[in-house]
Design a binder for this molecule. Structure first.
Ligand code: GTP
Ligand code: MG
Length: 225
């Protein structure tokens, strides 16, 4: 038997502004968020892992190519809360938690486009999983060309003395969709968010080309199996 180290997401309190690090009540609230949301990431990742394993046993095929997860940093959580118009978010963390659904985020990269729907449906069928919202940018791509299925679910997390329902945002994508989103994000980030209209147009065209390839690969798959 091999023992693997349990993956634990980053410590959120690492990004708390220095002048607030002496506020004990705030520290406790941030530690609670860190514990709950990182636990929720592990719960949902395990569910998806188990589904993948069972799929392999039953169909000799694994629909998930790979998964990534992240806990939003405190700094980026506060930035988002301000964009959402929440006043004094640092002292209103309950409101922040009620309105920001992607504190816990998981990205599920599937081999084929149809695997996205297979995996998301299997997850949503589970009795302890509740759907909060779903946005299908595969069927309705963003103007940029971005494609993915965004699903926000909530699941219960059990602690020593409590049970809390925690939201988790899951982005389901095909490998081709992930290729585009990763490279486009990198290009935007490197250019500080400003890409010319012409570059954006070229990127949107690339997204369309990759989507055509996805469709073609799916057809080939059906011919082979
Ligand atoms: P915000 O999360 O506040 O933006 O609102 P929202 O939940 O309505 O946003 P959305 O459904 O667009 O999901 C946002 C996430 O999707 C981002 O953090 C990215 O991971 C991804 N995303 C959305 N649009 C794009 C895009 O054009 N390019 C890339 N690379 N990623 C995108
Ligand atoms: Mg979002």
């Amino acid at each position: 038997m091999t023992f693997t180290q349990y993956y634990k997401p980053d410590d959120m309190s690492a990004s708390v502004p220095e002048h607030l690090q002496t506020d004990e009540d705030l520290q406790q609230q941030i530690m609670d968020i860190n514990l709950l949301y990182s636990a929720a990431i592990r719960e949902v990742s395990t569910k998806l892992d188990v589904l993948g394993d069972d799929f392999r046993m039953k169909h000799s095929y694994v629909p998930i190519h790979h998964m990534q997860s992240r806990l939003k940093s405190f700094e980026s959580l506060m930035d988002k809360a301000e964009r959402y118009g929440i006043e004094d978010p640092i002292h209103n963390l309950d409101t922040v938690r009620a309105e920001v659904f992607d504190i816990a985020g998981i990205r599920v990269v599937c081999n084929y486009r149809e695997d996205i729907y297979t995996m998301s449906e299997l997850l949503l069928k589970q009795s302890d999983v509740d759907l909060i919202k779903i946005k299908d940018y595969c069927k309705n791509p963003k103007p940029s060309g971005y494609r993915s299925l965004h699903v926000v679910i909530s699941i219960p997390v059990f602690l020593v003395n409590s049970k809390t329902t925690v939201p988790v945002e899951i982005q389901f994508r095909s490998i081709a969709m992930d290729t585009w989103a990763s490279l486009e994000h990198e290009l935007k980030y490197k250019n500080k968010g400003a890409l010319t209209e012409d570059i954006q147009k070229q990127l949107t065209q690339c997204a369309k080309t990759l989507s055509d390839v996805d469709e073609q690969m799916e057809r080939i798959r059906h011919q082979v199996f």
